[in-house]
Design a protein around this ligand. Structure first.
Ligand code: NDP
Length: 282
């Protein structure tokens, strides 16, 4: 069994981005610049934003964080997005989700200029991905694809199962795999006999949000498993720990390659955000 080291792959990608940024700057261009919009005080969002800002800094990317109060009116948030859309000093815009209830996330995302949409959530970018056209690809599935390619040089003809159909992970993941000529099945909460679907798959991408739901015994021997899930559970010792959507210890007995949680998909998401920001500047 091979452990897919997301930390190492992400570090390589971050170094590549840093190198490309340095080259741009040496050529006389300003560094790429990312605007991060954070609404409210959600503790998880604060941590995500802090990590993104720090990763930018390390890669030589400029970042600017706009903090808005939790009770901000949607119109004020839309005004800020509009301002950033036309700001020539900003290449990428990221609005950290979730937003408070008075701000409609779909409306806010749609207000971002598709050319600055480094999260790849805008309908134009989602549509381009669905059509197999170039555009900004959401960071988590883009990171999953990179990890898959460290195991399989060629994905054509492989049976891939994506569990989950969210707009940020499952759907774009399935579109990427179709573009790679894999044979793709998308499972969700209404799917029947998930174990049978899993048992056919050469590649399983689990993005469900349910701790250790995918059991090792379901897997085809030698399958490649990408575990997107991040679930906080309390262990027998009363301490909190993070687990994925796949029962790791069981799955590692059967899989050919598997990502750990943490240290698998998580680090790739930020690395792909840096890459998207560099592309937005280019
Ligand atoms: P969502 O809750 O938006 O989507 C979950 C999906 O799983 C839905 O499509 C749902 O189906 C499906 N599902 C739920 N229960 C079952 C079931 N019993 N059997 C089959 N499918 C089921 O989650 P996200 O896509 O946003 O995130 C998924 C996981 O990935 C979470 O743990 C999240 O924390 C993690 N995550 C990790 C990231 C990273 O950087 N590593 C980034 C983003 C997310 P239906 O559509 O029918 O409701």
């Amino acid at each position: 069994m091979r452990l897919i080291d997301g930390k190492a792959v992400a570090a390589e990608l971050r170094a590549e981005v840093a190198g490309a940024v340095a080259k741009r700057v040496a050529a006389g261009c300003r560094p790429p610049a990312l605007a991060v919009v954070l609404v409210g005080e959600d503790p998880a969002s604060q941590v995500y934003v802090r990590n993104k800002v720090q990763a930018c800094q390390e890669a030589g990317i400029r970042s600017r964080t706009h903090r808005l109060p939790a009770d901000v009116a949607e119109a004020a948030l839309l005004d800020l997005v509009q301002e950033l859309n036309t700001d020539p000093e900003i290449d990428g815009i990221l609005v950290q989700l979730p937003l408070p209830p008075q701000c409609n996330a779909a409306r806010v995302i749609e207000a971002i200029h598709p050319g600055k949409d480094v999260d790849g959530f805008h309908p134009v970018n989602a549509g381009r991905l669905a059509l197999g056209l170039p555009g900004f690809v959401p960071c988590t599935p883009a990171g999953c694809l990179r990890l898959l390619k460290t195991v399989h040089a060629e994905l054509a003809g492989l049976e891939a199962l994506v569990i989950g159909r969210s707009t940020i992970v499952g759907r774009p993941m399935a579109a990427l795999l179709v573009s790679e000529s894999a044979t793709v099945t998308v499972a969700h909460s209404k799917s029947r006999d998930l174990p049978a679907l899993v048992s056919r798959a050469d590649i399983v991408v689990a993005a469900v949000g349910q701790a250790e739901m995918v059991r090792g015994g379901w897997l085809k021997p030698g399958a490649t498993v990408i575990d997107v899930g991040i679930n906080r559970v309390t262990g027998a010792n009363g301490k909190a720990r993070l687990v994925g959507d796949v029962a790791f210890a069981e799955a590692a007995e059967v899989a050919g390659a598997i990502t750990p949680v943490p240290g698998g998909v998580g680090p790739m998401t930020i690395a792909c955000l840096l890459l998207n920001t560099l592309r937005a500047a280019a």
